[in-house]
Design a protein around this ligand. Structure first.
Ligand code: GRF
Length: 192
């Protein structure tokens, strides 16, 4: 199974996928990594010799124009699966429609709790005693697609957003690597 991974930040989930995919018995490989900015995580792709592209959000006048450029880049590689892993942008509806259901997303909360760009912060603000990590299929909503995997993560007294996010990320990475494996083997079918 060929993967395109889209990021905006540190790319720790990307790195986990790259490491997993470097094992010969893992049934998926990353063929390209894209970002909406000069993301630090692109360095992981370079370290693993994976091609990258950047479509700067700031360089486009609309979400649609930005999305079309991202789609044009993806089409070069024609990946089997697109993994949004820390991409902090919503893909425009036309792009989702074109690739769905072959787009999955990692989210640092127990969806449908705390969707959106600040799931960790929102869980803390709500005083939640537990939150979680989720892997979902992207649909044309915000973190509203079918849930492929999720697991609870405890919120501890005194947690800062960073501390809680650091506790969530290893769970996210483990779920993502397992979900991609199960999609690659056909065990998990992607539906709209
Ligand atoms: C991850 O927790 C992801 O779910 C969220 O942002 C974080 C990105 O982390 N959208 P990284 O860039 O993979 O380190």
């Amino acid at each position: 199974l060929t993967l395109a991974v889209l990021i905006s930040g540190a790319g720790s989930n990307l790195r986990a996928l790259l490491e997993a995919a470097s094992h010969p018995d893992y049934p998926a490989r990353v063929v390209v990594v894209g970002a909406d900015r000069e993301a630090e995580g692109l360095a992981h792709a370079e370290e693993f010799g994976i091609p990258t592209f950047t479509v700067p959000w700031a360089a486009h006048t609309s979400r649609e124009a930005w999305g079309e450029e991202v789609a044009a880049q993806l089409d070069v590689w024609n990946p089997d699966l697109i993994v949004l892993s820390g991409l902090m942008r919503l893909l425009p509806a036309a792009v989702v429609a074109r690739y769905a259901p072959r787009i999955i997303n990692t989210h640092p909360a127990y969806l449908p709790e705390f969707p959106g760009a600040h799931g960790v912060r929102d869980a803390l603000a709500a005083g939640a005693e537990q939150t979680g990590a989720s892997i979902i299929v992207i649909d044309d909503g915000v973190d509203s697609g079918p849930i492929l995997a999720q697991e609870r993560v405890a919120v501890l007294p005194g947690d800062t957003e960073a501390a809680l996010h650091d506790r969530i990320k290893p769970v996210e990475r483990r779920l993502l690597i397992d979900v991609v494996r199960r999609i690659a083997t056909g065990e998990l079918a992607l539906t709209r």
